[in-house]
Design a binder for this molecule. Structure first.
Ligand code: SF4
Length: 377
């Protein structure tokens, strides 16, 4: 059976694949070792609906209309007057020597033809790459693309790519605040991962146009509100680490056949919807199908995957140490179950050779806990 037919069967007959965007591609990198997520995303399964059908609806927060409106207002402000405000920021905040810059809006009347906008973006950015290093240009509404499991996904960076001293920069506008030069680390990490998707897509575009992909900087420019005002501020964010993880995960999804080969015969996440689109498949049967595909739950899933509550429930039921977080999983490599960890820490279980180091860590933690409790008593 072809790869596409296998993915269609996983999703369910007649169900349209859920399209990716930069946010969902970025989320792929949050737990790259999870086969369950990789195959479901490759097949375009609607994980939101799947989670709800198991009785564990998605916990990932959706932005309120007010937050969306605030974000749009801030972005419009940064982009206003042909990017004049942005140019000021780049000069004053980042010290970039930009005497002047052109502003080119790559959106247009034919925006419904996404492929056409991609071609227009490619030719404009390639022309800029061909020009002299002082030809600064702000590109608004560019269209990029990436291939995910054999399917082209079109992406629109929040803002523009900018040529500066022989480099293109992705500029990412976010509405979370940077207070006294510091932002919430989780927000910055999410922005960096999403920006790395655009960096990779822009590199592919330049390569597609016959240019050196390394013309795209591996630092992005993050623009956010400053302190508690609506004034923008700009900072460089290094996305090299995120690019490495992203490339690895995309390669894994490109080799989706190998993951599909590891699945049990006939497994499907089909919800068997009725005429009104409501699932007719039982929650137990669907949960059984999900459990037949290996998952690697970690607390990070809670902010990155719609299935997090389902997987967390299973991980807790299995007393999995992985549910305690990556640090614990790495420290306790080979100790999969919390009851084993307790037995090793309290000395009621003699460790095998491969668990000696983990047992030492656990015994030290147990001794520390006992000492602290003794002082509190
Ligand atoms: S929530 Fe479950 S399916 Fe999603 S990434 Fe985590 S372990 Fe994988």
């Amino acid at each position: 059976m072809s790869t596409q037919l296998r993915l269609d069967a996983l999703r369910g007959s007649g169900v349209i694949a859920k399209p990716h965007n930069a946010r969902t591609i970025a989320a792929l990198t949050r737990n790259p070792g999870c086969t369950r997520r990789a195959v479901m995303d490759a097949a375009g399964v609607d994980k939101d609906k799947t989670a709800a059908a198991t009785g564990h609806p998605a916990s990932i927060g959706k932005l309120s209309p007010l937050a969306v409106a605030r974000g749009q207002g801030f972005e419009a402000r940064v982009k206003s007057q042909g990017g004049a405000e942005l140019l000021r920021l780049l000069r004053e905040n980042l010290g970039l020597p930009i005497p002047q810059a052109h502003y080119l809006d790559l959106g247009g009347d034919d925006d419904s033809v996404i492929g056409g906008r991609y071609l227009r973006s490619r030719s404009a950015l390639a022309a800029s790459a061909d020009s002299g290093p002082d030809a600064g240009t702000l590109f608004d509404h560019p269209m990029l693309r990436l291939q995910i499991a054999g399917v082209w996904v079109y992406l629109e960076p929040d803002m523009v790519a900018f040529r500066l001293e022989d480099k293109f920069y992705i500029i990412e506008i976010k509405s979370f605040a940077i207070v006294d030069g510091v932002a919430d680390p989780g927000d910055v990490t999410r922005a960096a991962i999403q920006s790395s998707v655009y960096v990779l897509a822009l590199r592919n575009l330049l390569a597609d146009a016959g240019h050196d992909p390394n013309l795209v900087a591996d630092q992005v420019i993050l623009v956010c509100p400053k302190d508690f005002s609506n004034q923008p501020t700009a900072h460089f964010v290094d996305v090299r680490k995120q690019l490495t993880v992203l490339r690895r995960q995309l390669a894994r999804m490109a080799d989706i056949d190998r993951l599909l080969d590891s699945l049990p015969d006939g497994v499907t996440f089909d919800l068997a919807p009725d005429a009104h689109g409501l699932p007719t498949r039982s929650a137990a049967d669907l949960a059984h199908a999900l459990r037949s595909v290996e998952a690697r739950y970690a607390p990070e899933c809670l902010s990155a995957c719609e299935l997090a509550l389902f997987c967390r429930h299973d991980a807790h039921d299995a007393h999995s140490t992985a549910a305690l977080g990556r640090t614990v999983r790495e420290e306790l490599g080979g100790v999969d179950c919390t009851s084993t960890a307790v037995a090793l820490g309290t000395g009621t279980l003699v460790p095998t050779d491969d668990l000696v180091q983990a047992a030492e860590t656990l015994r030290a933690a147990h001794a520390l806990r006992t000492a602290i409790l003794g002082q509190l008593a």
